[in-house]
Design a protein around this ligand. Structure first.
Ligand code: AMP
Length: 425
């Protein structure tokens, strides 16, 4: 039970250990803001699963390294040493060289401004010798934890070996927080009083909390993307929370067809028509303003060079397909968003990867930016809306852009992520 929460940094939990004597013990869930790192080796789980150039194996996008840098620097500047652990890709067998974290050592050094020692393994005597001798202010990187299949299997014995590298454990890998792997979850149990979130993970939790437990209203969620089936749980979760729910992208056509509209060749999941009808009914019962696009850009084939027309969304001619929302929808969404105090965006409004069908997604991004300037809190959470906001160069103009795709989706669905639970328990 959490007794108090101060500045989001410090939590007290009661743990009744001896029920008979009714003794109540207080334990502290550590916070990176207040923890004393001096002369401690912090085992830090980061998500350095970065893209590499296929030929040169150089890092092509270092955003995940930059995202973890504040945590690493904080520990070093507060007298600690840092042992970094991460996975990279999905190696099928041990030591596939293209998945070695050795490839990213120089990029980490560049980003954090400290030299980084590399251990050729993540467990075993050699690596342990290196971490034991690490001095305050020094950084080392363990080899890819996924070189061992015990990592994804969540092996306790493997986690125990990893735990030997640190006096405390910091989880800053939001991207893998939904996995109950050895380095993301199981390892935490070996640090009962010395485990904490890193700044990045803490920020992700705070941002979702600001949306799902918001008292500021109206709260608007935009859920787009390809399919109803992959977003149904998040929609069901959001419908009890939001004031406005804007449905966009490919999944809108299932809603339109469910109401008897003609959608031509648009993406439709026929086995989700009943689900769509239920969502419409639930929204009505709960007083949620469910906004389904009213017009659409249609194409005569799935290509940027296709012939394009704008039509009302429930009268799409045969053989044509809707690939973006239309101008009236853009205008309506703009009004809803400018009136909102809290905004969550997950999933694009159209096939934004093609320039002729990016307009709706771009317009939503711009409306969110404008609402944010007017004081709204905006969270861009989940895969392709993150890609979209980056593509339009607007990531810095919104309140927060999540770093975790699958993890964010599961978090928004209301699931307790194992990596987060392991720190809190
Ligand atoms: P998701 O990963 O479910 O958020 O889906 C994102 C994908 O949905 C993107 O690749 C978009 O191109 C695609 N998408 C968005 N709108 C449509 C549409 N009208 N028809 C087909 N695909 C779409």
């Amino acid at each position: 039970m959490i007794l108090s929460k101060k500045d989001n940094h410090f939590y007290l939990k009661t743990i009744p250990i001896f029920a008979l004597s009714k003794t109540i013990y207080y334990t502290i869930m550590q916070s990176i803001h207040t923890y004393d790192f001096s002369n401690k080796r912090a085992l830090v789980r980061v998500d350095f699963n970065v893209p590499l150039d296929k030929e040169t194996l150089e890092v092509t996008d270092n955003s995940r390294i930059r995202a973890a840098a504040p945590t690493i620097k904080h520990i070093l500047e507060n007298g600690g040493a840092v042992v970094l652990m991460s996975h990279l890709g999905r190696p099928k067998e041990n030591n596939e060289p293209r998945f070695s974290l050795k490839n990213i050592v120089s990029e980490i050094e560049k980003v954090i401004g400290y030299s980084v020692k590399f251990a050729g393994d993540c467990i075993g005597d050699g690596a342990l010798e290196m971490s034991k001798n690490l001095k305050a202010g020094e950084v080392m990187l363990l080899e890819n934890v996924r070189y061992y299949k015990q990592e994804t299997a969540g092996s306790e014995e493997f986690a125990k070996q990893l735990a030997k590298h640190g006096d405390c454990y910091v989880n800053d890998a939001f991207g893998t927080a939904h996995r109950a792997h050895a380095s993301t979850t199981v390892v935490a149990k070996f640090f009962p009083n010395d485990k904490m979130f890193g700044f990045l993970l803490e920020k992700e939790i705070e941002s979702v909390d600001k949306v799902l437990n918001s008292t500021a209203k109206p709260l608007t969620a935009i859920v787009g993307g390809a399919k109803v089936s992959s977003k149904i749980t998040i929609i069901e979760r959001l419908i009890s929370t939001v004031d406005n729910l804007i449905v966009g992208g490919g999944m809108a056509y299932t809603f339109v067809k469910a109401q008897g509209g003609k959608v031509g060749n648009s993406l439709v999941e026929d086995n989700y028509l009943d689900v769509a009808r239920k969502i419409i009914a639930d929204a009505k019962a709960k007083g949620v303003n469910l906004y389904i696009p009213v017009d659409t850009l249609i194409a005569d084939n799935f290509s940027n060079d296709a012939n394009i027309e704008e039509v009302v969304i429930d009268a799409i001619p045969d053989r044509w397909m809707g690939l973006d929302v239309g101008s009236k929808t853009i205008e309506d969404c703009h009004k809803i968003l400018l009136d909102s105090k809290v905004i969550l965006w997950n999933g694009p409004m159209g096939v934004f990867e093609m320039s002729n069908f990016e307009k709706g997604t771009k317009a939503i991004a711009n409306s969110i930016v404008e609402a944010t300037k007017n004081g709204a809190f905006s969270l861009i959470g989940g895969g392709d809306s993150v890609a979209a906001i980056n593509k339009f160069g607007l990531a810095k103009e919104v309140s927060y852009v999540s770093t975790g795709g699958g993890a964010m989706l599961e978090f928004l669905e209301g699931k307790e992520l194992p990596g987060i639970k392991a720190i809190r328990d």
